[in-house]
Write a protein of this length. Sequence first.
Length: 572
Amino acid sequence: MPKFDKSKLPSRHVTEGPERAPHRSYYYAMGMTAEQIHQPLVGVVSCWNEAAPCNIDLMRQAQAAKRGVAQAGGTPREFCTITVTDGIAMGHQGMKSSLVSREVIADSVELTMRGHCYDAMVGIAGCDKSLPGMMMTMVRLNVPSVFMYGGTILPGRYKGKDVTVVDVFEGVGKYTAGKMSAEELCELEGVACPSSGSCGGQFTANTMACVSEAIGLALPGSAGAPAPYESRDEYADLSGQAVMDCLRDGIRPRDIVTLKSLENAATIVAATGGSTNAALHLPAIAHEIGIDFDLFDVAQIFRKTPYIADLKPGGKYVAKDVYDIGGVPVIMKVLLDGGFLHKDCITVSGKTIAENLENVTFSSDQKVVYPVEMPLSKTGGVVGLKGSLAPDGAIVKVAGLQKLKFVGPARCYDCEEDAFEAVKNNEYDDGDVIVIRYEGPRGGPGMREMLSTTAALYGQGVGDKVALITDGRFSGGTRGFCIGHVGPEAADGGPIGLLKDGDIISIDAEKGTIDVDLSADELEKRKKEWVAPKNPYQSGTLWKYAQQVGPARFGAVTHPGGKAEIECYADV
């Protein structure tokens, strides 16, 4: 077992020398031995809670990670942080807490690590925002770190088909349209989520799980196994051992997360038809280390990447199907062999992407992942947009869409609840562009997801007959012609806040444009007459967030980031 020199590790401030006797007395109070106290202290953090199935298995996996740390000569110190579970927060005011939780997760993990001077970190996450939140902390602190996904849920079965929670959301729309009975909806909700784990399609959690391997912060293959499988515990153990190898070898997150690895991450999002939320989270991760990588940089990667994984919500299969054919490494191998990944990026395994994938084989005897020569479409499953309605950009998931152009009159709503009520009551026409505004990072505050509304539209059978645009976000489970992240947001006087019912909006996902048929003079006239509505959130966390948060284009971040950094925690 290797010995570690603590003279340059952060934990020396709480364990070494006579002046730290009071600190050591606390460790003895917790049953630690002198040997354990003088070993590197490794934070093992999970987002365990009883809020949702995404998180319920994380404490079990944390115990396995602690064993791995201990076996490799470290002393694990377990702690938890929060999560806000989007599926339960969805469709009401609770969703304002979702994106904010990403920052709270990153900040709370940072504070725990800083306050107790931990030398390295294993982070285990399940729900959507907890994955990027954990990765943001890793590159912010820059101590040796290994990320591990808590695993996907097993697919439900309903009337002979695999189903996910999104089928239940869409079932609500079918019910309101008279296409599903109350009894059928009740039966569906009872079978859609049969186990622990995160939502099963290529929604935000599984998208960011793919990112964790492609960006190099997770061990190869660790994202694949469903949450209930015991093999997850083996990966957790190995992750604990790997973080000690990184500590020994001096491999830090900022050695791993570079512009090239961020491009690899964006590539796998596009190739899998992943969540549009990745266009928010990847810039936020880049921001932590001062790398310029905004929405337009992400969109550029999306535009040149083939869409090759036939996954829900736009496709047929779920995350377990990816696991069954070999997991994320298979997708990465196809992309690497096709020349779409930077092969020389180092990872937490100590090897490069190319070395990790050297022995991975791709089988053509399956329909989940296609060769790059025969993609589902030649460009990625997610597209960036820009135009007079979104000078600072917007994002749309095109995976599964047959029609990539849309022109129609605006039907404007100033919050999601009003839009959902209108959809529920069929107060729209085919060809309309439903506009939901004042739901941006600052205006919401919190940039809510609109899955309840988009799923209701799809359930009513009009997913391809109306479009929806918002300065808020969409769930990774959203499908249909839905454009999010429109910037500048309405609360900042962006064009989306100046729209009136009947204004003609043109969207072209082939050219990457989104425009409103108004002259610059008319927009300027409306801007002078525009008055921002008063936000009712004038105290507490949401107020603080609204004061600090920046535009979606740059990741909706709340602090100056790596460019302003003077001293990095890892070097304290």
